[in-house]
Write a protein that binds this ligand. Structure first.
Ligand code: TPP
Ligand code: SF4
Length: 293
């Protein structure tokens, strides 16, 4: 962290503090398997937070349970590794209690779209200003390789030894269909692209969602690893996609599982007021009455 002062001839202002990625890295050493995509995700997150410029004590980072859900412990932000599938309700409670906090939520595809899947639509329609990062490895990593809601049809896992016979959930279409105002996808091997979308998601004023296809090197499909992903990746910006076009975003999102598009699928050009805004407004309206009582 370093401090600078404005050089504009104005009266001395409070120093502006700048942060580096290191300021967000905790002393706890990650215990993910060597090569796990989640190492890349946490690095991108440190970098994105450094660009945002909020100090660690103004950030609350909430997760569920899973390998990916260990992530808050590896940052210097306030962290809460909660209960499997329940990160979103807890994060919403934190944001409602203290709307000034920057609140991040993270977890796996199992955490977010299996046991926690019912919370996603309500978090979206409630529209608190949160950023939800799903580390989508298409498998249950922590519990040793069972199929997850995003496991592709036909994939052999410890609970689908003859190949999965279920159609996978499409996380991008799921959140777009419920009206999420910011939807992006990234892969950790494209570090700059991933860092950029995490930063953009945090800056979006409302509920934002980033699906990071983060490979599980231990239980994941060999065809779903960093090198293959990098070769498959197509940047939405190179296609000239207009992120304000929600219907086109939904069309592109339909290819989840076959094509690997990265970047911003959708950013609402006219973000509606957030739930936290209305809470602040009502608190303000009640204040004079409370003082008079
Ligand atoms: C209520 C409850 N049900 C089940 C579990 C067991 N469990 C822990 S993590 C997990 C799934 C992990 O997969 P995912 O959320 O995709 O995260 P990953 O480990 O792949 O990062 C399960 C089923 C639990 N801890 N609590
Ligand atoms: S089991 Fe998979 S998801 Fe979990 S730490 Fe190892 S590589 Fe990562």
């Amino acid at each position: 962290m370093s401090s600078t002062t404005a050089d504009c001839g104005c009266p001395p202002a409070a120093p502006v503090e700048t942060y580096t990625a290191k300021d967000f890295r905790s002393t706890l050493k990650p215990i993910w398997c060597p090569g796990c995509g989640d190492y890349g995700v946490v690095t991108g997150l440190y970098r994105a937070l450094a660009s945002i410029g909020r100090p660690p004590h103004e950030i609350a980072f909430v997760s569920g349970i899973g390998c990916s859900s260990r992530i808050p412990g590896y940052t210097t932000a306030y962290g809460f590794n909660t209960v499997h599938g329940r990160a979103l309700p807890i994060a919403q409670g934190i944001k409602m209690a203290n709307p000034d906090l920057l609140v991040l939520v993270a977890g796996g595809d199992g955490d977010g779209f299996s046991i926690g899947g019912g919370h996603v639509p309500h978090a979206i329609r409630r529209n608190l200003d949160l950023t939800y990062i799903v580390m989508d490895n298409h498998i249950y990593g922590l519990t040793k390789g069972q199929l997850s809601p995003t496991t592709p049809r036909g994939a052999k896992t410890s609970t689908s030894s003859y190949g999965s016979i279920e159609e996978p959930v499409n996380p991008l279409l799921y959140v777009l269909a419920y009206g999420c105002g910011f939807v992006a996808q990234a892969i950790p091997s494209d570090m700059d692209g991933m860092t950029k979308v995490i930063e953009e998601a945090i800056r979006y004023p409302g509920f934002s969602f980033v699906n990071i296809q983060s490979p599980c090197v231990t239980f994941g499909d060999p065809e779903d690893q960093a090198k293959v992903q990098k070769a498959k990746m197509k940047k939405l910006s190179d296609l000239g996609h207009d992120p304000a076009n929600r219907l086109r975003a939904m069309e592109l999102a339909q290819t989840y599982g076959t094509d690997l598009y990265t970047g911003v699928f959708y950013r609402n050009p006219n973000p509606p007021q957030t739930y936290d805004h209305y809470i602040r407004e009502r608190q303000e309206a009640l204040r004079p009455k409370q003082a008079a009582a």
